[in-house]
Structure formats: C-alpha cells, structure tokens
Design a protein around this ligand. Structure first.
Ligand code: F6P
Length: 349
C-alpha cells in the first residue's frame, strides 16, 4: 500500500441531503485523528477528467465544521463517466497523481461507485466508496442518507396537497422521484395516507384505481391523492421528457403524473391536477437522521482509508457501519419488496 498523506474526496451523481455531513466527517477525522491533508475535488469525476483552476480545494476543519446542516454538496457534482470514452479513465488516474492525491473517497450512487470499483480493479487506485442516493436503491446497505429527508419532504408536500384537493374536490396526482425503485413513493404514500400509491415495481391496474375513486365519490369524497413514482410504467414503457440520455445511459424521466391525471379525469369525471415534486426532494437541510447517518459513514470511510481497505464501501447493516466490497455495492438494485407493497395496498381507498 502506497503511503497516504493526502486524501481526496469527490461527490458524483444527483445530490442528496447529507453529502456535506460525509465531507465534514471525513475531513475532521482524517485531519484531527490521522494528520492527513484533505482536499475536495470539484464536480465529481469531471474535476479529474476536465480539471479547471478551481477543481481542487483544500479542506480544513474550519472549512467544514458547520456544513452539517447544509443541503447539497460544497464540492459540486456531475454525471461525468470516465468509462464512456476510451482513455479517459487513465486521464483520471493521472490527474489524481497530478493533484498529489494518494487515496480517494468517492461518495455517490451506483454509477459513481461503479467507476470507483473499476478504477480500483484496473489501476489499483486506493479508493473507498460511500453510498449516496435519495432513492435508497443500493442493495449493499440497509439505507442511504438523503432518503429520510426526501421521504419527509414528499410526505409534507402530500399533506399540504390534501387540504386543497379537498377544498376543490379534485384528485391530485403527485409525481415522486424513483426510477426503478419506489422507496420514496412507498414511504411518502404510507406516511401521508395517500389514497393510492404506485411504484415502478408493480404495474398499475387502471381499472382498480378508477374504482377506488368512483367508490370514494359515491361516499361523498369527490377528491383524492395519488402518489406515483416517476418510473411507473404502463405496458412496460417509461414516461420520459425526451430521448436524451446522460453519460451513464439514463433517460430523463417525467410526465407520468400528468398522463395519469388526464386518464383519471376521463374515467371518473372528477376534476384532476398533477404536481411534480422533482428536485425539491433533493433540496434543503438534511433531517437529523440523515445528519447522523452521513457522519457515521464519513467517520468509517476515514477509518477505512487509515486501514487501507481499498475497493471497499461503507454500509449500514443493522446498527453497525461496516465495509463491503464495491462489487457487492453495485451488484443489484434494491427494490421495494412485494410484501411491503401489499401491506400498503390494504390502506388504499
Ligand atoms: O439521484 C437519483 C434521482 O433522484 C432519480 O430519482 C431521478 O430520476 C434523477 O435523480 C434525476 O436527476 P437529474 O435531473 O439531476 O439528472
């Protein structure tokens, strides 16, 4: 193992409340306990692939002490993929050397961690992963920071929409983030007592949903709330904003709530509207739980650097923060189990 003096850190992919908690904890632990120098690399892998004057930033304890309650990431983020074009991964490794970074903590979701794994496999890069996604869809960890905040925001939004839906006797269809895994929608739909909750894991039955709202109207409740994941498909097709794909091949989702609202209006005769929560779910201050979890992840990631646990990712298992291989981390998408959804369905109506 090459001696570690300078630890780099980057955040990649969609931001998540709690990222600054990890940055703070890694920095404070590395500087205070191990005497390392810590630098932040700006804009995810882009900061190494297309370096600019401000791509590297020294991080002192004073720089990070009070960022715990701040949303977003002080390092910025991107969806740059160094494995998209041949030769780019080599450039990233070279730039790490250029910045004098001996070890890297990569904080991100399956795309960022997938790159981290390949850099470790291909070049022996001294790298530690830290899981991040509001979608909560990484199988190797019980949960990720950002998820708790996103569920709270979506729950609060649906709670607020209830009063206006009732006042105007409308069905409001609320679009929630989640491509392949409906965790946020499941959590918010349950916590806000939405009348119907739809997740990507289960294809919706439009007849059943129509009956629910018709029955409610017969009982004098000509209003209702539907929580729907952006990744819900009708006849297996995603609803997308356009055909554009990001560097990891993901299309931009959006529009399912609008289509569903129109369909429900047609079928029930009840006035409908749709609301897309979008990036609101990623914004703002992290909940206390996410501050705690991100701090625990950051401390363990710093320990992993000290121990030389290269190619590993920190993960929550039960009450413990452990390390698992980056391969395991990126293996499969953690989806909402059928039993969870069946339990929730018993509250529909
Ligand atoms: O971070 C994952 C996610 O929140 C998905 O649920 C969503 O589809 C995507 O990010 C949108 O990201 P952006 O618009 O920032 O590319």
């Amino acid at each position: 193992m090459a001696e570690v003096k300078r630890v780099g850190m980057l955040t990649g992919g969609g931001d998540a409340p709690g990222l600054n908690g990890v940055i703070r904890a890694v920095t404070m632990k590395c500087v205070n306990d191990y005497g390392y120098e810590v630098v932040g690399i700006k804009r995810g892998w882009k900061g190494l692939l297309e370096p600019e004057d401000d791509s590297i930033q020294n991080l002192s304890v004073e720089d990070v002490r009070y960022i715990l309650q701040e949303g977003g990431t002080i390092l910025g983020s991107s969806r740059t993929n160094p494995y998209k074009n041949e030769g780019d991964a080599e450039k990233v490794v070279k730039q790490m050397e250029g910045f004098g970074v001996d070890a890297l903590v990569a904080i991100g979701g399956d795309d960022t961690l997938g790159v981290a794994k390949r850099l470790n496999d291909d070049f022996g890069t001294q790298i530690i992963g830290c899981p991040k996604t509001i979608d909560n869809d990484l199988s190797a960890t019980d949960t990720t920071f950002g998820y708790d905040t996103a569920v709270s925001i979506a729950t609060d939004a649906i709670d607020k929409l209830r009063t206006t839906a009732k006042s105007h006797e409308r069905i409001l269809v609320v679009e929630v983030m989640g491509r392949h895994a409906g965790w946020i929608t499941y959590g918010a739909g349950l916590a806000s007592a939405a009348n119907v909750t739809l997740i990507p894991e289960v294809e919706p039955d439009l007849d059943e949903i129509t009956d629910i709202f018709k029955k409610r109207a017969e009982n004098g409740e000509k209003w209702g709330l539907v929580a729907v994941s952006e990744g819900v498909t009708f006849s297996s097709d995603f609803v997308t904003q356009n055909a554009e794909k990001d560097e990891f091949g993901h299309v931009r989702l959006g529009g399912v709530a609008e289509g569903l609202a129109a369909e429900l209006k047609e079928r029930t005769g009840i006035d409908t509207r749709h609301v897309v929560l979008g990036h609101l779910q990623r914004g703002g201050t992290p909940t206390a739980n996410d501050r705690i979890l991100s701090t625990r992840y950051g401390v363990r990631a710093a320990e992993a650097v000290k121990n030389g646990e290269w190619g590993k990712m920190v993960a929550l298992r039960g009450d413990d923060i452990v390390t698992v291989s980056l391969g395991e981390a990126t293996d499969e998408t953690k989806v909402v189990p059928r039993e969870h959804y069946e339990m929730l369905r018993s509250f529909f109506g």
